[in-house]
Write a protein that binds this ligand. Sequence first.
Ligand code: BGP
Length: 470
Amino acid sequence: MIYNKLSDFAENFLWGASTSAYQVEGAWNEDGKSPSIIDMYKHPEGYADFTIASDHYHRFREDIALFAKMGLKAYRFSIAWTRIIPEDNQKINKLGVEHYRDVIAECKKYNIEPIVTMYHFDLPWYLEEKGGWLNRETIDRFEEYCKVLFTEYGKDIKYWLTINEQNTMILHPGAIGTPPNKPLPTKKELYQMNHHMMLAQARVMKLCHKLCPNAKIGPALNLTAMYAETCKPEDAIAAHNWEVLRCWNFADVPVFGFYHPLAVKYLEDRDLMPEIQPDDKQTLLNAKPDFIAMNYYSTATIAASQGNASDVSARAGDQQIMLGEQGVYRAAENPYVAKSQYGWVIDPTGFRYTLRKVYERYRLPILITENGIGASDKLEEDGTIHDLYRIDFYEKHLLAMKEAITDGVDMLGYCPWAALDVVSTHQGYAKRYGFLYVDRDEQDLKQMKRIEKDSFYWYQKTIAENGKNI
Ligand code: BGP
């Protein structure tokens, strides 16, 4: 659709930016924090680990002051479960609670809306040792932990996110690390974990509405539209297969309260159906999100399965991520999109297309909780960072979002990844995402000085003009 005039961003549009606890905080064993699975997993050799990261735990005041200078209206961060409840005895760690109270107060000081992810990949290790998400008890533990958050911070938090990228954790379990001396879970186990996470999420959404009636809560999924490689009908079926199994099945359950019918058939056919207890269906039906939080990086292009092992291949530039599934779909190349230095597809029009599909399907407001480009930014001798590729990426994605708003999509806000440089899950500080450069190398911490990149000033101007320059 080509319009005569594009809609403006709403006056109260949440211009924000994101981080997650384990990628930015450091202080991995300070003030009573216990290890999470991320702290215990084997991380890629040669790259920075998560023990110190960007030292945001100690420097959050300085960082939030810089976010305010950039003009942020929202800051999406995650709370580390292991700071709040570090041990299996369920005792609350006062220092952990105080830390996030201070972070929230600092945001409020500058009128920055704190948006809290309650769980961003960092399950407590003590729960993992008892089976992690395979153990139904983890559902209770998650609810108890979230209850602490609602009780402690409920009056200050308007937007809660339940679980970050549940679909990534289930479909690409190796992507967030490998457990020491243990194989990755089987597919059957993963779908059982998925079911438990769905129940945990439903219980927590319900609890939030009870304890914090003025707050809003939603899942944060990695959503993306799929293209068929050609107009061959079999390619269209394969693209739909993967769109359902990768995206809609994960968003349907929180919104509608039941699994997608195609996913049910797939799970039954392959003997992957989780064990569902009699009350589970009602638990899922009892809860509804208020919005959909969406992480968007790339689209995917899909070809028909050939029904053999050649359907599966490693993603170009990232051997950790296997794409394709025998009898379901094959990954294909798209000649019409660009790629980042790390081989990630860059597709702003796909962003508009995905937003349309998500809104058409769920009719809930959408909050973008991640979108961005990882690159090896260069600190020049004069202390500047000219990340023009990032500005270009954001300009195009914001224009696509503006077009989606014009298409009728209800957008709450935009929190790109990342507010400042964070440890990338696989490429340390070689691959950076922030508006603020953190001056450290993989091993050499230097002073960890924060330096404003060119994209910082571009975003500052964009926010000040409420996106009118887009
Ligand atoms: C998302 C995660 C983020 C972040 C981002 C970039 O899937 O939610 O935590 O890591 O991807 O990924 P990477 O660091 O691998 O480039």
